[in-house]
Design a protein. Structure first.
Length: 339
């Protein structure tokens, strides 16, 4: 908590309290210094692994000694929040991390430290051996859906945001695993594991590439007016729908095309041009092709060309159908608005 000042550090005069800018603040009547009290910045790291687990540390000091939380600590002077989270991660767990993205910011009052501003990043484990260090008794990974109770509200909030941002990806990965378990029983004509697993593994990269281009492409100018998170969710939904389409038996795909009909209606109501919506879908197809083919070894084997053709046929068929239902929904919405 904030310690009450008694004397001015500049002129040594006695401090008083005065209402300034609608707040009672410490004030020196002699040298006219106003003392502003600001929240303390705290950083936290969500460090995942490939098993859908995240790294937690067992606190060695109060508050909440003996409880698990995200690697966290205060930002020091002349230190960016990105450098601070990497430093704290190294000090508490022994590993070196790479900041991937800002996950959450949150203001919260703490009985010990007063007002805090929590800044949480998703961080990738780059190097180093896992070993508890400063302020930590232990450090280990826990399943994301079976975590011990985290004492800090900001930690719990950040974990929820992390889960929400990865749900579509996990659902897609599970769909592909379901394909593997049913192989030989399904009549679906599927591309090879090496190709569709690239989509699953690198879904985030494909989505980020699409977001980057759709915001700057001259044929999709209206998309640039939307936030990164909204565009990211839209692109991720398209890729997830593609996954769903691949794993859904023929004759049971109506819900997928209903989704694209609804997308067409929504974009019409939001004031998009139909050409922009179709161009955005085309860019999604482009980035799936570009990433998968650039990150596979199919070009090294002539027989693999048949697999590539099969993969390309399925992607094209899916997006051609998506274009049709988007157009259908768009035109129906436009016709309704004229009546």
């Amino acid at each position: 908590m904030t310690v009450q000042r008694k004397y001015c550090p500049k002129c040594k005069s006695k401090i008083t309290r005065k209402k300034i800018e609608n707040r009672n603040r410490d004030y020196c009547p002699t040298c006219k210094t106003i003392f502003y009290d600001n929240p303390l910045p705290v950083v936290s790291a969500v460090v995942p692994n490939k098993k859908r687990e995240i790294l937690l540390v067992l606190r060695d000091r109060d508050p909440y000694a003996g409880q698990w939380c995200l690697p966290s600590g205060f930002v020091e002077l002349n230190e960016s929040v990105e450098k601070a989270v990497k430093r704290e991660l190294k000090e508490e767990t022994g590993i070196n991390g790479k900041v991937l993205r800002l996950l959450d910011t949150n203001s919260r009052y703490n009985d010990v430290y007063g007002d805090l501003i929590w800044v949480t990043f998703e961080v990738k484990w780059q190097s180093g051996n896992l070993s508890p260090g400063d302020d930590a008794r232990n450090a280990k990974f826990f399943p994301i859906f079976d975590l011990p109770k985290l004492p800090f509200h900001a930690n719990r909030r950040a974990v929820k945001r992390y889960i929400k941002s990865h749900q579509d990806l996990w659902r897609m990965e599970d769909s592909f695993k379901n394909i593997d378990s049913k192989r030989g029983k399904s009549k679906l004509n599927l591309p090879t594991d090496s190709l569709y697993k690239i989509i699953s593994k690198d879904s985030r990269i494909i989505t980020e590439n699409w977001v980057s281009e759709v915001c700057s492409h001259k044929s999709t100018t209206k998309y640039g007016k939307y936030s990164h998170d909204i565009l990211y969710e839209r692109a991720h939904n398209v890729i997830s729908q593609f996954s769903d389409w691949m794993t859904t038996p023929m004759g049971q795909k109506k819900h997928i095309w209903d989704y694209y009909t609804k997308v067409g209606q929504q974009r019409c109501e939001q004031g998009f041009k139909l050409s922009e919506v179709l161009s955005a879908l085309s860019l999604t197809r482009k980035h799936i092709f570009a990433h998968v083919l650039a990150n596979s070894n199919v070009w090294k084997k002539s027989i693999a060309m048949y697999q590539v053709l099969d993969f390309m046929w399925q992607v094209n068929y899916f997006f051609d159908k998506a274009n049709y239902y988007v157009t259908y929904g768009f035109e129906n919405s436009a016709a309704s608005s004229v009546k």
